[in-house]
Design a protein around this ligand. Structure first.
Ligand code: NI
Ligand code: MN
Length: 225
């Protein structure tokens, strides 16, 4: 599969079987994303929670491509009320889709839609495709259960916030990598706004000092895994 990073928490996964999956596609108002919503397509959209910088351009993209949204129940109901397709899940649950397996985890954060509707609990997500597992933590503070998540679901790629203020900052994110023990950690949710400035190279240095691997993905960079 191919994984493309758009900056902030937004990713695109292209599977070998030909599916395009977007995660938290915040593009048009994302000053760091070189790609805008008109440039992407989607068969599936995974949302970690309902904040504007995660729902992003989902509805705009959905109008063109009618993807299946995958998210927690309350947010899925909001998506359906907007006229789109959603698969309702919840934290701790997993489900096999045509492209692979999705499992939602806890995240310590909030969740409210851009039009101020309650959207259930925020989540992290484990995505297993073609034998590889990605753990996108969503927006969250540090929590010790990341150790359990990593033990029970060996993680190849961990995408986690380092921008502080709303989420983990660098010190807590380094501890999160130690707990979850992924093969590779990639920092996200930084430098998009002045309040979340953080140095990804410092994060990388600190992760590597623990004997763990870090890949800082460029904005718009795509890797084949
Ligand atoms: Ni958020
Ligand atoms: Mn956020």
């Amino acid at each position: 599969m191919k994984i493309k990073y758009f900056a902030h928490s937004a990713f695109q996964i292209t599977t070998n079987s030909g599916y395009t999956i977007l995660i938290d596609p915040f593009l048009d108002d994302n000053p760091l994303s070189p790609v805008k919503s008109k440039d992407v397509k989607a068969d599936f959209i995974i949302l970690t929670h309902a904040h504007g910088d995660h729902v992003g351009d989902s509805l705009k993209i959905a109008k063109k491509y009618d993807p299946l949204f995958i998210c927690v129940n309350e947010l899925a109901e909001w998506i359906k009320a907007k006229g789109f397709k959603a698969h309702n899940m919840h934290i701790g649950g997993s489900h096999n889709f045509d492209f692979g397996k999705i499992k939602f985890t806890i995240a310590h954060h909030g969740s409210m839609t851009p039009d101020n509707q309650y959207a259930g609990e925020p989540a992290g997500v484990l995505i297993t495709i073609e034998g590889k597992t990605i753990y996108h933590t969503g927006d969250t503070g540090l929590f010790y259960d990341m150790k359990l998540i990593g033990e029970m679901n060996p993680i190849d790629y961990m995408f986690l916030p380092i921008g502080d203020n709303y989420t983990m900052g660098i010190t807590d994110a380094v501890k999160a990598v130690e707990l979850a023990n992924p093969k590779v950690a990639t920092p996200i949710h930084f430098n998009t706004f002045p309040i979340i400035q953080a140095d990804p190279q410092l994060f990388k240095k600190l992760v590597e000092a623990k004997g763990l691997k870090c890949k800082v993905m460029g904005f718009g960079e795509e890797i084949e895994v």
